[in-house]
Design a protein. Sequence first.
Length: 725
Amino acid sequence: MRFGLVHRIMTDALAALGVIALVLSGQFNRWVSGILVAGLIIALILSLKENWQRHPALRHADTVALLIVLGVQATRVLFDANVLDVLVEFAAALQIIRLATRKGAAHDQQVIVLALLHLIAGTVLGGGLGYGLCFLGVLVVAPSALVLSHLRREVEGNYRQGARDRTGLPVDVPRILRSRRVVGKTFLAVTCLLSIPILLFTAVLFVIFPRVGLSLLFFSRGHAGRMIGFSNRVDLGEVGVLRSDPALAMRVEVPNLPDPPPSRLTLHLRGTALDAYDGRTWIQSETGAKRPADLEQGIVPFENNPDLRVDPLIRIDLEPIDPPVIFLPQNASGVRVRPRGQIGTDFTSLVYKGSEGEYRYQPLDERGLKYEVYVSNKGIVSFRELPPQERARYLAVPGDLPQRVRDLAKEWAEKQPTPLAKALEIEKRLRTGFVYDLASPSGKDKQPLEHFLFESKRGHCEFYSTAMAVMLRTLDVPTRNVTGFIGGTWNRFGKFYAVRNGDAHSWVEVYIDGDGWRTFDPTPPADAAPKSELTGAWAQIRDFLEATSQRWDRHVVGYDLSQQASLWREMSRRRQATGSLFAGRGSAWRAGLGVLGAVVAGGAFYFWYKRRKQRVTEQRGGEQEARSASAVMATVLYELLDTNMAAVGIPRSPGVPPLRHARALVVNDHPGAEEILDLTHIYLAARFGGLSLTEEDKKDFEQRVKLFRQLEERRLKQAAKEKPS
């Protein structure tokens, strides 16, 4: 392997991992990420082709590119771009420019430093699973890149200082960089294996010093590129694009599941409710200032008050979302936010209560929210009160509501004696008599609800929820439209339900006197169920990656003081109870340690066997091709001849064999060609043919070389005098 090529590949890999760590942090929007990735690919290609950098027109290409990027980023700042985004983008662009235009070891060191800075920035900006893979890649590549960079710096440093080899010639740096003997497989393997102790040392430091507030550097900083979509309004003229978006919205861990768990689970995760309908759009009529939610022992209680002894606990890991709504399952009785351990944060003001039973959180960073929800074991509704003075808001209908919508509501529910019976009947009629259709033609009509009920009879969930809510209002039953997520699909690797953007849904809450706000879903059940676009092997791969990402986020990104304390407590408990940290793990631990021991033993045996085989080969080769004293002497003597030939203007190129060079001089009728050819034959006979050289032969060879040089110098001087002026 060529030293220079291996060095460039290692340095390029380190730089690429640093830039990719920044891109995967989610700090950039799609356009910027695409430009950076494309620029990185181009820079890597140009990095392997050094000739283009030597073109005179491109001598200052790096300076020009740097000034252009600097001007663009400065202009963006003037137009109110986020300063942090601009700085991080500039750092990534700086690496790409340096990677494409680097020359020599000094630039390689700049590339390595920038890559390590990018990795550090990636920890703060993202820290997800993608960053973790980049981090592991850097651990493997960095030792080799640093060692090779140091070697190249020493080689180029010696060249600049005018160092000479043992023949007296200047050090040939390009030849060393092209050499295949400087770097071998063993060298690369050993330097890459240095990542193992580095990783162990890093893991120890990680356990001892948990994350305690790096995200406060970016407190409350919005970033539209990181947010998943969720709307707190409903427009019948628009089709919910989320219904076809497979991006992960949240992970939900549900207790007391049967074995095996259902592959899809309907949860009705409530986000917000809308009370005002104008004939086309649902909005919240009262959007006053939100106030901090009441807390009792770290729990936000709802109107049905949680019973901590019996109420099941659902754990939810919510991705970043705008607006930052807390999604709650049916019959939720209380919520508890799980803080990440940041220093100086007042978690009593983290949760805010809005109108229509909506709860929001104050984003501390761009990692979403982890929280736990208590669900009423008795099935009591979350919101039980409706003040009499507010009842009219939930009965209001548009003034231009067509009369036949009112008539249809009476026709369907006039025989039902109670509000609950009316709601159940209308829900059943809508579920069984209409067709689910994301591309409903009713959205373009002036009266979309009327068109849906009487003409197309096709629509998405917003049409169903609107129809039920409005029809019940005409029957003097208070209602409101609810938006959220319907549920999720089971992830067997992570043991959670994956709720996706495509599971966004709309349903109805009906106020039943004496009971409270109850949930009804008039959308046909098959169409309201959680969606899963992928099946088979692709679905398993997706589930595995999502489960791995969850474990990484929970145990690495989310590792904080509380997790550290829990870890120490668990270790102390095991040690006190059984005298061993690994007690209770049973055969699993023993099997794991056995496998690890077998791997280590196998690796040690492999390296011992390879080393032994290499020694045997060297010994046999030594017996067959051992260089005699004459061969060594011949090599030294020919190097003397080589040096003197270069001194008189007939140097031998490193790639030309000695005999070919001598014969070429004979063909060109050089005056000293015959002497050089004879001396070359002596060298070859002693070096490869077994000819023995004595001290007399050595002195004779040296004398002939000295005489050859004297004759050549005299001839060159004579030729210079005879040259006409």
